[in-house]
Design a protein around this ligand. Structure first.
Ligand code: SF4
Length: 218
């Protein structure tokens, strides 16, 4: 029986990505291999309980709506994440995966929308990106992929722009720039994007505006 260590399951509004605003069931896995300076889910590093894929699907089905987001922690640390995503897709759910980018994503079910972080220098996890997750890898599918940079500083902004240009991400996928909470604000980042003519898509964390930055389970 396939099992995962799960930190929490909750029903809320998707606050990020191109699916922002959709009512969504979030499944947060326990454990992460990184320690980003701005991490707002440190409680997911260790806390959690082992759940079967069957019980998670039953819980998802108890909520209305057709969007499910697998997040963490880092979901791809647990092999059963793949079975969970596949079975949810088979049931007709719109499934998204939020991953740190530090693990190979080429085996993720192609029906899943992959939100792949690329960690900037000021994240404290620079150089963690797994290079197999670039469009230049023939085994990597850019379909259903969005790359996300959390920007902490001006240096991060230019680093992210340069990384995206060098790897032709702007031409092939959605590229999301998100301001790191309490480090830079959305207005600063918006101004920077406009002034530099960078085609990145500004992303804020809608759930933090609706509720608060520290409310869990939203
Ligand atoms: S990858 Fe995500 S969960 Fe892991 S430390 Fe970084 S921000 Fe936190």
């Amino acid at each position: 029986m396939a099992e995962l260590k799960i930190n929490e399951v909750f029903y809320s509004i998707q606050g990020e990505t191109s699916w922002v605003g959709y009512p969504t069931v979030f499944i947060r896995t326990s454990g992460c291999n990184l320690r980003c300076r701005y991490c707002d889910t440190t409680y997911a590093f260790y806390q959690g309980e082992v759940r079967s894929v069957d019980s998670l699907i039953t819980e998802v089905q108890s909520h209305p709506g057709k969007h499910v987001c697998l997040t963490g922690g880092e979901p791809l640390l647990q092999a059963a994440s793949h079975e969970l995503m596949k079975r949810l897709c088979d049931l007709g759910y719109n499934v998204s995966l939020e991953t740190s980018g530090s693990l190979d994503c080429t085996k993720v079910d192609p029906r899943v929308k992959k939100i792949i972080d690329i960690k900037t220098p000021d994240s404290g996890a620079a150089d963690s990106f797994h290079l197999s997750n670039l469009p230049s890898n023939p085994e990597f599918s850019v379909v259903n992929t969005e790359f996300k940079f959390v920007i902490c500083s001006e240096n991060d902004f230019f680093w992210a722009q340069n990384f995206a240009e060098k790897n032709q991400l702007f031409e092939q996928t959605e590229v999301l720039f998100s301001p790191a909470h309490r480090r830079i604000d959305a207005k600063w980042l918006a101004t920077k994007i406009l002034a530099s003519k960078c085609p990145a898509r500004l992303q804020t964390q809608l759930h933090k505006f609706i509720w608060s930055a520290h409310t869990r389970g939203v």
